[in-house]
Write a new protein. Structure first.
Length: 353
């Protein structure tokens, strides 16, 4: 089968790889139809390996060495192991990408994304940029008929965005600022607007991203290159500041903007991953009783169905998609295009046969 295999920094090869074995108990084999690239894939390609266990075995997945990439993908069930339950052969599914044990403290609390043995297909184990992949059935959701093939793989990152909104407890009647309107940030904006939050403000340094944010439902946008971010935000939400600020940028400047925009007693949710330690104005945090929280990944049972419902009932996927490419072009027209800033939005990858 064809597969896009990560061998190291700037070294992803589309090769002929062995098909996966018969699915084990609790697993299904998915014939992959479409996938999507994200910032994590780009980070591994340009700066990695960071998460991929290329030279040190993953303690959770047991994988060591080159890995088939792709943690955002969808397809059809073509084989089932024992103890699968639902999801008959032929069902369209989207995997949530992350595997959990179901037995540790965090799993018992319903926070499976924090499982002590958590790992991600496409990073810590072979993923979905291939003709076939075996995944746990429990992390897969059936795709609604109204959700198109190109939209379906966007369910996984959209579920990450929905999880971030749940963690931030953002709700209608509140004002929400999203700092960083890129991949996940744009989906957070869309999720907030779909949840009935009227005041959603997008902050970014890229005009094209801000235009997409407006199409996704942002009530106002702020260009951080030219505007006084805090002043503009407060002019829209009132002088006290925003109820919720979500930092999806993962940059020191974005963190500073988040603290400058939030009201006293407000909430700041950290979603973007910072490349290194970042300074934090704890004096402001303590005096203003700002609640800090973070968000990582998703909980399949709660977040993935909500993402699929939103994709099935809106044009969100077409708004965020920049290009659709074949698996054979995943490096030049996908990863390299993203690295050079010419992707123009989400890159959807078709696994044509």
């Amino acid at each position: 089968m064809r597969a896009a295999v990560y061998h190291g920094r700037r070294d992803v090869r589309v090769v002929d790889a062995p098909e996966p074995p018969e699915p084990a108990a609790g697993e299904i084999t998915v014939e992959v139809t479409t996938g999507a690239l994200c910032g994590t894939d780009l980070g591994e390609f340009v700066h990695g390996p960071k998460l991929i266990p290329l030279t040190t075995r993953s303690p959770a997945s047991g994988h060591l060495g080159p890995v088939i990439i792709g943690h955002e993908f969808s397809g059809r069930v073509v084989a089932r192991g024992s103890d699968v339950g639902s999801l008959p052969v032929g069902t369209r599914v989207v995997p949530g990408a992350g595997s959990w044990c179901g037995e540790c403290r965090w799993c018992r609390e319903g926070r499976v994304n924090l499982c002590r043995d958590y790992f991600v297909y496409g990073l810590h184990a072979d993923g979905g940029f291939a003709d076939y992949v075996n995944v746990p059935a429990k992390m897969c959701c059936e795709v609604p008929a109204a959700c198109g093939e190109h939209a379906a793989p966007i369910a996984q990152p959209l579920a990450v965005a929905i999880h971030a909104l749940r963690r931030a407890r953002a709700c209608p009647g509140e004002s929400v600022v999203v700092v960083g309107a890129g991949g996940i940030g744009a989906l957070i904006i869309a999720g907030a607007a779909a949840a009935g939050i009227d005041s959603v403000i997008a902050v970014d340094v890229d005009r094209a991203r801000l235009e997409i944010a407006e199409r996704l439902g942002a009530s106002a946008v702020v260009d951080a290159r030219t505007d006084d971010v805090a002043a503009v935000v407060r002019s829209h939400v009132g002088g006290d500041g925003a109820d919720v600020v979500i930092d999806a940028a993962g940059k020191p400047a974005g963190l500073d903007s988040a603290l400058a925009c939030v009201r006293r007693g407000g909430r700041v949710a950290l979603v973007g991953l910072h490349a290194g330690p970042a300074e934090l104005d704890l004096h402001r945090v303590v005096l203003n009783e700002i609640e800090l929280m973070s968000s990582n990944g998703l909980v399949c049972e709660a977040d993935l169905p909500a993402a699929l419902d939103l994709l099935a009932s809106s044009d969100l996927a077409s708004v965020v998609t920049g290009r659709v490419i074949d698996l054979s072009d995943v490096v030049p027209e996908g990863l390299v295009a993203m690295a050079e800033g010419r992707a123009g939005g989400k890159v959807v990858v078709c696994i044509d046969r």
